[in-house]
Write a protein that binds this ligand. Structure first.
Ligand code: ZN
Length: 184
């Protein structure tokens, strides 16, 4: 049995069976996502590169259905969670960034609209068939921060360096005071 994530069917076919797909895939299996993570990690010195970043497992679920009782508007709901290796843009060190996101889309063809559902997000179908894996990948790419930074500021070297700086700035005064005491 193949992995339904890789299968191609029409949105109506996925929705008609109310397909539910459990996601347990490694980052390395998502080409576009992996290339974005790789480009980010390329800023690191080779010895600081996290060894197994491609093996990190993405967990989650996809669920197809319909927005309407008449079953004319197919929908998909997707939630995913993964902890990606990233480079902190503040201190330029590698760190692990937890991402958790979910979305629901109506699956519509180009220029197709669904009356009464204008406030719903639309996933535009560029082809007649749809591969669930592409939805997972797109959702994760959208969840990647534009500028990743240490979530925990105590592990961020840039922030602790800034704290050291502040200490340094008080030192001239300490030195001056010591000087004044000496001069007395
Ligand atoms: Zn940092």
């Amino acid at each position: 049995m193949g992995n339904p994530l890789q299968d191609r069917r029409t949105a109506a076919e996925w929705a008609a069976v109310g397909q539910v797909i459990k996601i347990a895939e490694e980052i390395g299996g998502f080409e576009r996502l992996a290339s974005i993570v790789e480009a980010d990690l390329a800023a690191l010195e080779p010895d600081k590169m996290p060894a197994a970043w491609r093996d990190t497992v993405i967990a989650g679920e996809l669920k197809f259905g319909f927005a309407d009782a008449q079953q004319r508007v197919p929908t998909v709901r997707c939630r995913v969670a993964v902890t990606v290796d990233a480079v902190c843009q503040r201190c330029l060190e590698a760190f692990r960034l937890p991402l958790e996101t979910e979305a629901e889309w109506m699956l519509l063809g180009l220029d197709e609209t669904a009356e009464g559902y204008e406030d719903h997000e639309v996933w535009e179908l560029e082809e007649s068939t749809l591969r669930p894996k592409d939805i997972v990948e797109e959702l994760l790419i959208m969840a990647l921060p534009f500028s990743a930074m240490h979530v925990d500021s105590e592990s961020c070297k840039a922030l602790s360096a800034a704290a050291d700086d502040r200490e340094d700035r008080t030192k001239p005064f300490a030195a001056l005071r010591a000087q004044m005491i000496q001069d007395q």
